[in-house]
Write a protein of this length. Structure first.
Length: 270
């Protein structure tokens, strides 16, 4: 006889300043992921808009605001844009390795360089090596770190230029946090390439979605997510596909206002 599955206990955080929309406050509902059913619970919660941070699953629960919208890329129908195809070609020489969720000094050094340029003074800027190790290694679910390295002259993996902490869920890959060399002298679009590579990998292993976290209309650092089509967003009636005309209009509207830093940034866990 199997042991009964306990319904998780949920908690709510105190209101804090919103990191995405100035002048607003954020509040989150969260629960702990633990035990032999952690993977199943994480899968179920992700389908209703939760994200994972270490051993906690959370989602926004803000009073009077629903700006944070969970989004996921539909893998089987994905069609890369002309600029995304160019990004794939420019970075096709990178060596991609799926690693166990263990942090390394090289990863931490790259993260620090990324944060210093992309998010100076942000909430993660003070992260030390122990904090980074906790972020990567404290996982109760199936996770791995995907590394992106330039090849050496002999073809072996060389310098680390990108990495992503990824959860392997029942129906897709969830990109928990990615970072990359923000000042590479010759490569552009590394953040976009990491997402595109996850879409390709999900397709190869038969997963339906790549989860990108929350899209926040009006937050510049969140606008890159809407560039991947087709996309589904979570609403009151469940997951619904972005209307193609509406998504195209959003992409066109942000094209003239984004700078490349915002367009090529993956801000997570969010």
């Amino acid at each position: 006889m199997s042991a009964p599955v306990r319904f998780p206990r949920f908690f709510v955080t105190s209101p804090m300043p919103c990191p995405y929309l100035p002048g607003r406050t954020e509040r989150k509902v969260f629960t702990e992921l633990k035990g032999p059913n952690a993977d199943d619970l994480n899968d179920a919660l992700s389908r209703i808009g939760f994200r994972r941070s270490q051993t906690v699953a959370y989602r926004p629960s803000c009073l009077g605001c629903t700006a944070c919208v969970s989004v996921r890329v539909v893998v089987r129908d994905f069609i890369a844009s002309a600029s995304q195809r160019r990004t794939l070609r420019q970075n096709q020489d990178l060596i991609v390795t799926v690693c166990k969720p263990w942090s390394t000094p090289e990863q931490y050094e790259l993260l620090q360089a990324y944060l210093a340029v992309r998010h100076p003074g942000g909430g993660m800027a003070a992260m030390d090596e122990i904090d980074f190790a906790d972020m990567v290694e404290h996982t109760p679910v199936k996770s791995y770190v995907v590394e992106y390295r330039e090849p050496n002259a002999d073809g072996t993996p060389g310098r680390l230029v990108g990495a992503c902490l990824t959860d392997h869920q029942g129906d897709g890959l969830s990109m928990v946090y990615s970072f990359y060399d923000p000042q590479h002298p010759t490569r552009t679009g590394l953040g976009t390439f990491i997402i595109l590579d996850h879409i390709r990998h999900a397709d190869r292993i038969g997963l339906a979605y790549v989860y990108l976290g929350y899209w926040v209309e009006g937050s510049p650092c969140m606008q890159y997510k809407v560039r991947f089509r087709p996309m589904e967003r979570l609403g009151r009636n469940g997951w619904e596909r972005f209307d193609p005309a509406e998504q195209a209009h959003v992409i066109q509207r942000i094209a003239g206002t984004d700078d490349m830093a915002a367009a090529d940034t993956l801000v997570s866990p969010c």
